[in-house]
Structures are given as C-alpha cells and as structure tokens.
Design a binder for this molecule. Sequence first.
Ligand code: ADP
Length: 636
Amino acid sequence: MKRILGVFLCCVLLISALPVLAEGLFTPGVYEGTGTGFGGEMKVSVEVDQDAILSVAILSHGETAGVADPALNAIPKAIVEHQTLAIDTVAGCTMASRAVLDAARAALEGACSDMGALEKAVEERAQAFETEAKACDVIVIGAGGAGLAAATEAAKAGSSVIILEKMPAIGGNTIRAGSALNAADPERQAGIAMSDSERESIEAILAAEPRDEWMEKWQKALSEEFDAYVSAGSTYLFDSPTLHKLQTYMGGDYVGNPELIDVFGDEALAGVDFLTSYGASWQPGVTAAMGATWKRSHNPELIYGSKGMTFIKPLENFLAQADCLTLTDHKAQHLIMKDGRCVGVTGVTSEGQPFEITASQGVVIATGGFSANVEMREAYNRHWVYIGENLSTSNHPGATGDGIVMAQEAGANLTGMEWIQLTPWGSLAIPQAAIDNMLFVNKEGKRFINEDNRRDVMTKYALDQTDSQFFLIYDGNIIVDGVSQTGNKVDELVGQELATGERFYRAETLEDLCAQIGMPYEALKKTIEDYNACVDGQADEFGRSLFDKKLGVAPFYASRTAPCVHHTMGGIEINTSTEVLDTAGNAIPGLYAAGEVTGGVHGSNRLGGNAIADIFVFGRIAGQNVSAQDALGLAA
Ligand code: ADP
C-alpha cells in the first residue's frame, strides 16, 4: 500500500499565474470597505500592489457560523484567483456572498483607476483546460460527516486519500446540523431520572408483537437488561444499544434493514468517542433531539462555533496534517469501472476542468441525500401529497443525490427511495429548544400535537394547520444570554425574514408577542397555563411524556415556521461492511458507501439525532474496510 500520496499530473494546464490586468491599475496599499449580509455589516480589507489584487480578508461579520462559511471562504479566494469582482454567489449563502463582493468593491473604489476592468466575468479570464489526472489509494466522494469519517479512518490506516467535494467548502449538511448524536451512554444518562411515562414506553416496546427474528432477539435482550435494572432498584434513565435498535426499527415502521440497525446500535457510542479523540467535547448529560423519542442525544460544547462544526472541524484538522488531499470545487460525475471493480472517479471542477482520479484500494461514496433535488423528490415520492417546489428544504444546495445516480450507473441497487422525511420546520437558523422544552402552537394559539412525537407525524399535523404554518414559543428560561439551547444567537435573527419564509420574534410581554404574531392572547395564555400544569405532572391531553421547564419568564420569543424537506431515508443499498450491493445482492468490488446517500438504517422515518450517529458509524466502517483492501497496481 502506498504511504505517500501519489499525486501527479498527466497533462497539466492550470491557471499558473494571476490573470493579467492592465498595468498600473491600482494605487498600492491596504483598503477597507463594508457590505451588508444576512447578519448585518461586514467589513473587508483588500490589499493591492500596482498591478493586482493580492489578498482579500474579512475583518468582521455577523453571519451564522457554518451556514455562511462556504461564501466567506470561497469569495475572497475567487476574487484573488480571478482578479475580478464578477464572481458567482455561492448557492445557499447569497447574502453573505454579496456582502463580501460589495465590501471588496467599496474597498477597491478607493484604489482602482478603472473599476470596469474588475467586472469582467470569470469565463473571459478562463484558460483552456486539459484533463488533470491523479492517483491515490482511496477516493472519498463528499466531505460531509460520513466522508470525513471514512477519510480519517483510511488515512489513519496508512492509505493515501483524496476527498472530492463539489462545493467551495467542506461540511455538507453535516455542518448545518442543528441536531445531535444519539447513542446509549450510561455514564451521561446516570444523572437523569426516569419518568413513569418513559418506563411505560419500555414496557410497551417489550409487549409489542415481534415482526421478525431480529426484533424478537432484541426484545429478549432488552427484557433481560430491563429486569436487571428494575431488580437493582435503579431510578436513573435506562438505556442500552438494544433499546436504541428497537426504537430505530420501530420508529422506522419496521422498514429498515435490521442487520444494519444491529451494527448501528452497537457502534453509536464509539462514534462519540471517535469524535472526542479528535478534539470534540460534549455538554454534560444528554437530551432528546427533535423526533429522537429518547434522551440519548449528545450535544457538543460549542468550541468550534456551532454544533455542526463539531462534527466536521476535528476531522478536518486531523486530515490537514494526514496523507489526504481535499479538493473542493471538484464534482464527481462518474465512477470508473474496470473488470467489474470500481477503480476511480471522473468529474469536473467548478471552472470546467475535467479530472480523472484512480484509487488503488477503492472509492467511498458519501455524497449525502437528495432533499435539494426537486426532480428526484417528485420521481421517488409515494407518501406525501406534494413534495415539489412548493416545499423548501433545510438542506444545503449540494444535496442533489449525485452519488445515488453515479452508483446506479455502476450497477448498484437502491433501497427505500420513496421514504422522504419532512421536518416540522425549515431553517436550522430558527432558534430551537431541546425537545422537552418545545411548545408548538398554531395561528389560533392552540397546541395540535405532542412535541415529542415522530417527525413525520408532527409534520402531517403541521401541514393541516392554518396556512400550513405554526409557531414555536420560548421564553427567557430557555433562551439564556441571547443564545438558544441549540446555540443560535437570537439577537441576529429577530425580525429577519428567512428564505424559507420563517421569521423570529421577541417581545417583553406575552401580549406584545401575540400582537406581533397576530395570535389571540387569551388563547396562548391558556395554552401556556395548561402546558405548565403538564410540567408540574398533570397528564398531557396529547400524550407527551418529555417536559422540562415551565414557560413564563420574559422576554418571550416565537419562531413562525412551516414544514420542509429534511432528509432522504433511501439510497444506495449496502451491507454491514458498507460494500455497495448490486441488483443481485452481490458486493461491487472497490465500491463503498456511507451516510445519507445510503438506504436501510432509518426505514420509513429517521429518528432525530440518528443521522449524525449513522454517518460516524458507517463512515468509519467504510474507511476501515476500503483501506484494508489490497492495492491494485493501477497507472493513472
Ligand atoms: P452525510 O451526512 O451523509 O455526510 P453531507 O450532506 O453532510 O452528507 O455531505 C455530503 C457532501 O457530499 C456534501 O458536502 C456535498 O456537497 C458533497 N457532494 C455531493 N455530491 C457530490 C459530487 N457529485 N461530487 C463531490 N461532492 C459531492
């Protein structure tokens, strides 16, 4: 196996120097300018010499960490690389992109004698490209959580790795994650008391009719575990990988693949430890993410700026000093198959340069789902009345199902494609509370569902409310020091109309909040009184079992929101070694897949917090297995 990254160029014709502008265009110096982004003013400095833009640096901004990063990273780089301000905005971060360009333009106005020369499109400056060829041991397609986990394991095992990422920045949907990582974790659950309703949930699972041998086996194991817990007189929150498996299988309506679920439950906690070993750290205790159904969601300490960054940054840091080359703006298009084995990838860069990369050990597809691909959504949907353009998505714009199409072209089987998850609300920029502090009310000020229900059920009910909209209500007990329980800085969001149509409100009194959101005050007041009685132990009319804090401390907050497309449960069929299976059920040599691009773990409905667990369980397995393959003697 090659230990050193074997990268070489067959026919290289890259932009080797800065595109030439007219000589003496600038007055040398460092200039500052401002623009306005989603989060307010952005300040940028631009350094020029007489003939060229040397650097663009963002000095300050108020954009949301993780979400705006693709623009903040890519646009300054592109201005310098192409010596123009005619740069395309980054999809999904349009306002942040424009803010950088406007601020750079304002800065350059004081420095440039011909601003028109700086507005020439990139194409006018592009040079002809020939195919660029590279070689390595392992290619990982997609730099989200699953891809980075696979790359980390492969690099750790000594393989040279190339990661292909089509977007200008890494992270995918994972970096946007507002959710957490589910894993049964006795240590972190020891301080949480088990409620009567949680006890009843376990009894109901034990009493359920087993659907197959797997379920029967898990129920038997759970029964023994729970008996031991009861006989020890324990009162802390019971949990185990077995309970996690059963809840995943039952929560997915028995549609999931029990073999994958078995591995998933057993390995979830190792995913937490894996991230910890690369620098992640976690809040004490665990919560239940929205739609999680049990308190086993691990919430990161926000040392990397946001939840999602915790699932990306530690691995990015490791890979930066490992035998790994990460190529952003590189879109994989086809798998190279030789004698039935996957031996590489072809694709194109965002500037139109074709590339061809060979992998002596294999290829891991980790390209995420297809929530942002309206055509694919409509083609596969069977269960929602509508799922087209009228619904927004919480996903990043790159979630277009490319890996599914590539794998299918190479003979892969697909599974569960019809199962598309809508979530009750759209943007993760909407401040959220942990599930036991969530209150949903419709425009009439009334609750309509138990907020600890499954996502699909909550969504169905939400779609039925007036205008298919509803409000999440919070107070000063839940949003502390201007930060929501999921890490959103609320001041930045008050009054902003998000692209998804969502809006966030704040008021010093409940009356004022109702006036702002057009809700009858008496109705909301009564709803909150009833809700608080449930926190005190009164049975909930909707059957909700998870409650934490009472509502009533100023200021009061409301997020107006609506359902959106959130996750695609189906995808490439894999086995427990993450090998991609063909339509006859045989593993395709050299081809692996992990993460949202695969189908089978989540069945018809993914539990909140299970996607993050999935990407680290199966991403790691993919990296371990592909790097254990004998290297082929491939020439690029
Ligand atoms: P997961 O949660 O399964 O890791 P993510 O959505 O977090 O999925 O990450 C998938 C990544 O794959 C995204 O960064 C996305 O831009 C990238 N991607 C999708 N299609 C391609 C492609 N054709 N070539 C390269 N990268 C891709």
